[in-house]
Design a protein. Structure first.
Length: 90
């Protein structure tokens, strides 16, 4: 009896892990399809009031983007899209 419960628990855990991994990969795919403006509004604004895109130069935005990629746990693609969006206003 204990063996059956152990097997069911193991199968349930495997199913839950599979569903979690599948959900994470589809969420990453969705993020990859977003524009820099969308990523900026969803990631930057949730922690602080973002400055105006014209407040910094292109070089400064690139430096800020590298810093915030680490702080906000962004992928390099996401950070690049955000920086390009902010630079496009200059």
């Amino acid at each position: 009896m204990k063996k059956k419960i152990y097997i069911y628990a193991l199968l349930l855990a495997a199913f839950a892990a599979s569903a979690f991994i599948q959900g994470c990969s589809s969420a990453k795919e969705t993020l990859a399809n977003k524009s820099g403006a969308q990523l900026w509004s969803e990631n930057c604004i949730r922690c602080h009031n973002g400055p105006s895109p014209t407040e910094f130069t292109d070089v400064q935005w690139k430096t800020i983007g590298m810093h915030m990629q680490i702080r906000a746990n962004l992928t390099s693609t996401e950070a690049k899209k955000i920086v390009e969006f902010l630079q496009s206003a200059n």
